[in-house]
Write a protein that binds this ligand. Structure first.
Ligand code: ZN
Length: 73
């Protein structure tokens, strides 16, 4: 559901050190062809965006219908 801010492609989920990440790999030759200044790999740690995701879910679903995975104690 997340899209890379550099190339606007869908990011892939990944696990590193027991933490969820989203990543976008963009081969350098494609970046040159498409005239993008894109790092080789972009990583986004899921924990860094959970507050924003929770806020968004609260506006869409209401607090009682949020997933327990995104709730915080
Ligand atoms: Zn990208």
């Amino acid at each position: 559901m997340l899209f890379c801010g550099y190339c606007e492609r869908r990011m892939q989920g990944d696990w590193k050190n027991r933490q969820a990440y989203y990543r976008c790999r963009f081969p350098a030759q494609y970046a040159v062809v498409n005239e993008l200044d894109h790092p080789k790999v972009v990583y986004l740690r899921e924990a860094e965006i959970l507050d924003e995701v929770d806020s968004w879910l609260g506006t869409v679903l209401g607090p009682s219908r949020r997933s327990t995975r995104t709730r915080r104690a």
